[in-house]
Design a protein around this ligand. Sequence first.
Ligand code: CTP
Length: 407
Amino acid sequence: MQIFKVGGAVRDRLLGKPVTDIDWVVVGATTEEMLAQGYRPVGADFPVFLHPKSGEEYALARTERKSGRGYGGFTFHASPEVTLEEDLIRRDLTINAMAEDDQQNLTDPYHGQRDLEARILRHVSPAFAEDPLRVLRVARFAARYAGLGFTVAPETLELMRQLSESGELEALTVERSWKEISRALLEDRPQVFIEVLRDCGALKVLMPEVDALFGVPQPEAHHPEIDTGLHTLSVLEQSALHKQPLTVRWACLLHDLGKGLTPEEEWPRHIAHEHTGLKLIKAVNERFKAPKDCQELALLVGKYHTHGHRALELKASTLLELLQSFDVYRRPQRFEEFIAACEMDARGRKGLEQRSYPQADYLRGAAKVAREVAVQPLLEKGFKGPELGEALKRERLKALKAYKENA
Ligand code: CTP
């Protein structure tokens, strides 16, 4: 049997990037031989094994053929006769279809190295279309490697467009889609992920609510970039430049969905878009079964981001309501993430990326003041139950009024 390193490990070594996990392909072996050598079988779907010591994945070389719609419709063929070239041709991108032996001799029948040098994400063969998840994967790789100058080959984008139009994307499982989306959002240029999905028509299928933002104008005085879709991309870009966590990036992507619902005759104004957007944010959250913290923050940011921007003008009572809505007493981190999302929103405007955002510290200060109101003196005065809650609110309001006056 012969063993080769394949896929991402080869690609990233050639790119000079750190290699985290290594996939191996085994040519000329049977399942029985693998088991006899102590490899542990995993995965009901494919003949994949774990190395007895390193725990890395070793897959028998295989060919695959799609036998139906969706993800269940796959047949594969693994046998000692399947060659390395046959295994590599079923893979998604040429840069992912290279193999390397233990002497670092490269097997590159589909010219991955050439495409790596030319900075092109190109599909290996028409078999690309057999797995619709690859539409998301290519967009994710584009987001990851855009900084190195990579772009999607026009013929690959065309194939992605056909896949998007064919209805195949609807067959993807929620788990696989969310895994790609969340990984892509955490890349260096998550906005490129959305752009590529849009360019191939997949955004319209996966997140029509985000797709609808393109072409919707906003008032130029506040938004020199005008277009709401472009603004959303810039906010996402800022969230990555500022190394925000997934929760914040997800909230940034969804914060303005309501603007896609504004009747054209009201353009470029978007009255109450914070409220109209909530049902759309909820729908996208649920469609992808986003984790609870992502869902929650997206809804809160959707509802309150304008409050964030107007923080310095808010009445003390409105400030208090805001803090209560976030439960800043028990969930300080979530409020920090809200502030971060508001700041990214403000910076995601053309020409205003560097403008300071004094609202952030002002909101932090308000949360601190409200949090510092002590319960003990109120207990000592004999307040209990709901009355205690009311008394605490009164004290917090008083403290916030003083904070506002001194700000
Ligand atoms: N692969 C594929 N089609 C898929 C998933 C994977 O062709 N839908 C192939 C590619 O050759 C890929 C390899 O399997 O390189 C390993 O897949 P995976 O570990 O998911 O991705 P990596 O390329 O290692 O990328 P990452 O760095 O994102 O993990």
